[in-house]
Design a binder for this molecule. Structure first.
Ligand code: BGC
Length: 762
């Protein structure tokens, strides 16, 4: 696979301008701060192919559902995170000629995303049609320290002329979503105003009534000297600008600094919003660009301190893992309980920025091990807060007695996905939410959470599963009909092994939790209900290939032509871009880990032989056309000692967007699968497992790597793990002693202690 951009340990670098790569680059070089973010569009106008994208966390629009054939139970709308006010805009005009890279000759181009400091910078020299040459240097960031602030420093240097140049910094909310179902415009004008070196635009979303205020302040500099400017102000609907024309001398650098505040009624009252944005931007302006940048860098260095993974000896792998960690923290920082993690974050529109099972199945383990446990707790509370809606959702489908079906896609707890084979059938998502509760408790020991918040969610999910199974007379067992497993390349199948397995596990975990808390606290369920669940547990049906260890993905799996992915000609990959949907559904090819997803979650239930046999059966049939797939395969491959495969899958997940494996980076990045990349390192190569009372480290290291190291949190104690070709060392930076296992023996590691000597890789 060729690399799209240069390999560098902390940076993504592009050294020439290729308009054909612009859309991919806009996604890959995106920046954000957990509250808002945007694609790497140019500040000056660009008339070439581009997706202008600025997104504000939690601000969405219920776009009317579009389907060919309406089915009862479909939601009325699909929640879209909105493309919001373009706040980066700075138009440059030189004696009537606009600066636009699409119409200029680009003499040199350098774009850099520095992941250590989360800054996006660009240095371009260009020649306009008139022959005038100039250099543009820009740097911008979304402050990680002040989550409503961004700043841009934009410099222009005339290279072969002196003359008047017009600068027009502006805010423009006349933007629409590329993925709008009916080309509808989602914004309404609220107010806008421009004044001396400042402006704001406040707009409101139709239907959902979110108000977003974007405010700016500017200053202008000749080299290091602040200049007095007297801009003209202008406004029109959803738009405000300052513009000024000034004489630039050849060879001198002039810099426009633009400070921006983005605030919404997700966090503020409608009445205080504009004043709040104005005050925020004023304070940023008074702080100044350099100091804002400094505090932003400090905030990022605190993140890296806990979350970084260092790999010595493989720069491509190093760049890949940092790119993933970086985008995860740009998307979600855990500071706002109303936000969640959209699969595309702030980098694109597809998937609507809404919440999927991805959060619990992939992202939660990442935040659990790299951040304060409050963040993971907050993600769980988000679902707890939406329990009533999940119960309503199940009621709409005919379930009773407080059974809950969490939505496939949601912004506010309501289902907004509308393909029947997923909306109604891809119900395994309920299981991921229950598993996340279990996972949180084993990492943190927070049993109080389980009592007050976990229990009601677990019980409602268990009720759903209890009703979703039905008794098969023919099989003399409980079966689950008409489901779609994680592998969306098969729909409406019977007895998807993964779904049956996680459903059974949910019932038994809910039982265990309920029975244990009923003794200490009040009982939430009747004995009769618990008895019925117990009764069901031993009689659930699981399809199996008789005489082998293979769990069958679903009842009809063996009827398929059992080809391998290597049988598909390269020119036909990815199959979802070359084959008809019908052909895909009938084929054996697996979009993403399915049986293996279950084996990953419940690996302790199976012997190594069983794990190996299933991996060897399913891996060759998997085309990994979901970004969520390679990470699970990497983890299992490492577990069974297939290091080459683990490394191949690691690189595939780590560099999925950087090298655009699935030819879709232009639409935005796969943010949630980035957590999977992290898992494939920590749980895969490093073999980290967390149990109720101890941690297990079972590391492997690719032959070409010298070493790698990272921190994980166990019971909120940061533990540094360093692995080299000989073995590994642990350091406990926490306040409590922890226990880890080595060669089956439990060893205590006190606070501030380093494991005695190198533990050999066994
Ligand atoms: C995957 C789903 C996932 C969704 C959003 C789909 O392609 O098959 O499992 O939830 O993308 O990431």
């Amino acid at each position: 696979m060729r690399n799209l951009f240069d390999i560098h340990d902390w940076k993504i670098v592009e050294t020439s301008f290729d308009p054909k790569k612009q859309m991919q680059a806009e996604s890959i070089f995106s920046i954000g701060n957990g509250s808002f973010g945007q694609r790497a569009n140019f500040e000056e106008r660009y008339s070439g192919e581009s997706l202008q994208g600025s997104y504000v966390g939690g601000v969405y629009y219920p776009d009317k559902t579009r389907v060919g054939w309406w089915k009862n139970g479909y939601p009325e709308y699909f929640a879209k995170v909105l493309n919001a006010c373009n706040w980066i805009g700075i138009d440059i005009e030189i004696q009537g000629e606009s600066v636009d890279l699409n119409h200029a000759t680009v003499l040199s181009f350098y774009r850099e995303l520095d992941m250590q400091s989360s800054t996006l910078s660009r240095k371009v020299t260009l020649r306009l049609k008139s022959g005038k040459e100039l250099e543009i240097n820009s740097i911008r960031f979304c402050s990680m320290h002040r989550n409503e602030i961004a700043a841009i420093s934009y410099s222009v240097k005339p290279l072969n002329f002196s003359g008047n140049v017009k600068f027009t910094p502006y805010l423009d909310n006349n933007v629409s979503n590329d993925d709008a179902n009916y080309d509808e415009f989602f914004w309404e004008e609220e107010s806008q105003k421009a004044g001396n070196k400042k402006a704001f635009v406040c707009s409101k979303t139709k239907k959902t009534n979110f108000h977003v205020a974007t405010a700016m302040r500017i200053s202008f500099w000749k080299e290091k000297e602040l200049q007095e400017i007297h801009p003209n102000f202008a406004t029109k609907s959803l738009y405000a600008e300052n513009s000024f024309e000034t004489y630039l001398e050849i060879g001198t650098t002039y810099t426009l600094k633009k400070y921006v505040a983005v605030a919404s009624t997700l966090n503020h009252s409608e009445f205080s919003l504009v004043t709040h944005a104005i005050n925020q931007v004023k304070s940023a302006y008074l702080t100044g660009f350099d100091d804002l940048l400094e505090e932003h860098k400090v905030a990022w260095s605190n993140i890296w301190e806990n979350a970084d993974i260092q790999i010595d000896g493989d720069v491509a792998a190093q760049q890949g893992i940092r790119f993933n960690i970086f985008h995860l923290y740009q998307t979600y920082t855990g500071t706002n309980e109303k936000l969640n993690i959209g699969p595309k974050g702030f980098t694109g529109e597809k998937y609507g920025g809404a919440t999927y099972w991805d959060t619990e199945a992939y992202c939660l383990p990442f935040y659990l091990k790299t951040a304060d446990p409050k963040i993971a707790r907050q993600l769980l509370i988000y679902r707890y807060n939406q329990l009533d809606k999940a119960i309503e959702n199940a009621e709409k489908l005919g379930f009773v007695n407080g059974a809950a079906l969490y939505p496939m896609v949601t912004m506010n707890g309501e289902e907004c996905h509308n393909e029947w084979e997923i909306t109604f059938e891809e119900i395994h998502r309920n299981g991921a939410i229950a598993f996340a509760i279990y996972n949180y408790v084993r990492h943190t020991g927070d049993h109080e959470y389980l009592k007050d918040y976990g229990r009601p969610v677990l019980n409602a999910i268990a009720r759903f599963w209890f009703q979703r199974f039905n008794w098969s007379k023919a099989k003399q067992a409980y079966v689950m009909l008409g489901v779609t497993g994680p592998n969306e390349y098969e729909n409406n199948v019977n007895n998807n092994w993964y779904t049956n397995y996680i459903a059974k596990w949910c019932l038994s975990y809910a039982l265990e939790v309920e029975e244990s808390w009923a003794k200490k606290d009040k009982a939430l369920l009747s004995n009769q209900e618990l008895f019925q669940w117990k009764e069901m547990l031993d009689k659930i049906y699981f399809p199996k290939l008789e005489g082998t260890n293979i769990f069958l993905q679903q009842d009809g799996f063996l009827d398929k032509e059992l080809l391998n992915a290597s049988d598909i000609p390269d020119a036909q990959r990815p199959i979802n871009q070359h084959w008809s949907w019908d052909r895909i559904l009938r084929s054996v090819f697996i979009k993403q880990a399915d049986v293996l997803q279950g084996i990953y979650l419940f690996e302790d239930h199976f012997d190594l032989d069983v794990i190996r046999d299933n991996f060897d059966f399913y891996e060759p049939k998997t085309v990994h056309e979901s970004s969520l797939s390679p990470c699970v395969h990497a983890i299992i491959a490492a577990k069974i000692g297939n290091l080459d495969k683990a490394y191949e899958m690691y690189l595939r997940t780590a560099r999925l967007d950087l090298d655009d494996y699935n030819h879709e980076a232009d639409e935005g990045l796969h943010i949630t699968s980035m957590a999977g990349t992290w898992m494939s390192m920590v749980e895969g190569l490093a073999g980290v497992r967390v149990y109720e009372d101890h941690v297990l480290i079972d590391p492997k290291i690719p032959a070409t790597w010298k070493s790698y190291s990272f921190k994980i949190r166990f019971r909120n104690n940061p533990i540094q793990v360093t692995v080299n070709q000989e073995g590994y060392v642990l350091e406990n930076f926490g306040n409590d002693s922890i226990t880890y296992t080595y060669k089956g023996k439990k060893i205590e590691l006190c606070a501030n202690q380093t494991s005695n000597s190198l533990q050999l890789i066994v």
